[in-house]
Design a protein around this ligand. Structure first.
Ligand SMILES: CC(C)(COP(=O)(O)OP(=O)(O)OC[C@H]1O[C@@H](n2cnc3c(N)ncnc32)[C@H](O)[C@@H]1OP(=O)(O)O)[C@@H](O)C(=O)NCCC(=O)NCCS
Length: 169
């Protein structure tokens, strides 16, 4: 599926995105706070496109033909937590060069409407690390409300505190 917003196109990731993805996703300010390690090479990015980004309802956020971020709906068993029947989890990141334009909000709104109108989703959750005020703001702008605080373990096996936010249909 392809979605268009005022500034953005959401479309499935393609293998040709690997070079751009590596350029943006090697930045240590983007991945680790979202729970994934900075990409190590174009090969690494290509592998992520083929495995993680090929999952259903995961989209490249494209502006002027450049994939500048990613937004997706995760369903059990790919979610970070079990949220119950009828639930999914929203995830997103934007390349640092494009921060501050509300693109994460613009892209997420489309997928939220898609989830509640076209898919069998009645409630959506999203989590952010407690220090990630940028992501907290995105979720507030989308209408999510505080649900609970949780402890999770990252890819380096370090424990961290995160906040879960909830949005009902
Ligand atoms: C979180 C993220 C997706 C926000 O994307 P975005 O399109 O820049 O979002 P917004 O433009 O709505 O900005 C959200 C907040 O970030 C802050 N912000 C904006 N530009 C910023 C910048 N250049 N540097 C630091 N903070 C900035 C502001 O507080 C802003 O809130 P405001 O609009 O009320 O002022 C993006 O920062 C990102 O990808 N971060 C790393 C990955 C990540 O955290 N993903 C989410 C995991 S839970």
């Amino acid at each position: 599926m392809i979605f268009k917003t005022q500034n953005l196109t959401l479309r499935p990731w393609i293998e040709d995105d690997a070079r751009c993805l590596y350029h943006f996703a090697k930045n240590p300010n983007v991945g680790p706070i979202a729970g994934w390690p900075p990409h190590q090479s174009i090969e690494d990015s290509l592998n992520i496109i083929k495995t993680v980004f090929s999952k259903k309802e995961t989209y490249a956020i494209v502006m002027d033909d450049i994939p500048i971020g990613c937004v997706g709906l995760l369903f059990h068993p790919d979610t970070n937590h079990w949220w119950g029947e009828g639930a999914c989890e929203l995830g997103y990141w934007i390349a640092e060069e494009y921060w501050g334009n509300s693109y994460a909000v613009e892209a997420s709104k489309v997928l939220i409407n898609h989830a509640f109108n076209d898919l069998d989703v009645s409630v959506m959750y999203a989590t952010y690390r407690i220090e990630n005020t940028q992501s907290k703001r995105v979720l507030e702008k989308l209408g999510f409300e505080y649900y609970m605080e949780m402890t999770n373990e990252n890819y380096l096996h370090e424990f961290f505190k995160e906040v879960a936010m909830k949005l009902e249909k």
